[in-house]
Design a protein around this ligand. Sequence first.
Ligand code: PLZ
Length: 465
Amino acid sequence: MTTLSSPAARIAEPAFRLEQKRRIVGEFPGPRSAQLAARRAAVVAKGVASSVPVYAADADGGIVRDVDGNSFIDLGAGIAVTSVGASDPAVVNAVREQVGHFAHTCFMVTPYEGYIAVAEQLAELTPGDFEKRTVLFNSGAEAVENAVKVARLATGRNAVVAFDHAYHGRTNLTMALTAKAMPYKAGPDGGFGPFASEIYRVPMSYPFREENPSITGAEAAQRAITMIEKQIGSESVAAIIIEPVQGEGGFIVPAEGFLPALAEWAKAHGVVFIADEVQSGFCRTGEWFAVNHEGVVPDIITMAKGIAGGMPLSAITGRADLLDAVHAGGLGGTFGGNPVACAAALAAIGTMKELDLAGRARHIESVVTERFTALQAELGERSIIGELRGRGAMLAMEFVVPGTRTPNPEATKAVAAQCLREGVIILTCGTYGNVIRLLPPLVIGDALLTDGLDVLEDAIRSVGA
Ligand code: PLZ
């Protein structure tokens, strides 16, 4: 429970710039948002879609305010990015200070301290008691691309193993790693292909959808390993890449023992174990990294999203012998480890430590779990909630046709739409489009969170009725 001096208590009365209150002032999208939508339609490609029809003017703590003055409760954090809030004062100051000196020199031309300081932080925060090396990039997909490049070069092998329901990005290699065809890969006449070669997909541990519900994590790992050994051959495999809690695929938490068994097999066969913590990292799951829950130590970790308080920065951190196998000049990019993004990352990491945002994520987990477990028990067989799952503040509900495991994407969309109408931004995900995911900024206050959850509970009751 929260004590007065605990970080949770401090956050309950924080000095946010924006009032932490949901407020819909009129019909929305309002006139200003409608104007922007019309301008957008004339110039922005329609391939880029937005889940919310209003345009942002300001954001702080757990609130996003639109250009017409409506204040929404943000339960998405810009897809797990603004864990410290969208305008954390420490991040704002660090960015201002850095950009006033230099916005860019290129680390490959004239290097600077911020990059090194971020690498030092990542060496300290990531699991593993060994020499580590870091490279910084701009996006999650770019980090994944580079983790695979390093693994292939260091092992001299080609094959990369990914999992059912995986999401790793939208670039050519990462599209190949991503499991879901629509909207990421498919389209008329072959979609976005041809895709990168030497990518192999094996079954995930997905407890709610296992044919044999009593299959253990170790057995599910063995199912994947047997497939790898029979169909690829372990000596051909450069890397296994896995999200320790799958994100876009549906916030799937593998059965206990699954990740450790895979990591152990990888180690025994000289296969690089890459944990894609782009979504699950940086306190989101109640630990610095989701692998920590089972004491798994990856060879390489990919990071992005929450790392820099909203600024674009990504990283790979891993075993020095793997990363240093790459020749000088073999890794890089113009903007990778941009000094403003590095300054933001150092500030955001500072805020995470100062406010114990991992502890705050665990607190959010307990609030949400208690409440929706009770709702589930009350609704029983009539409930559209098939499963409530997740870790920390990376929580989800998978919606089904009541009494079955049949995915219910219609109910999912209806719940999200009703929440939005009431002023709560909620994101969906999942291979079957039937998962509501909760990814609030970790600094969200209890009152605002509770108000957002009230709206969500009402929506579930009315859609499920
Ligand atoms: N790996 C585990 O979750 C990004 C994608 C949203 P980028 N997830 C949100 C969308 O529809 O594009 C993600 C992730 C994991 C990699 C990525 C890719 O990160 O920063 O979007 O490239």
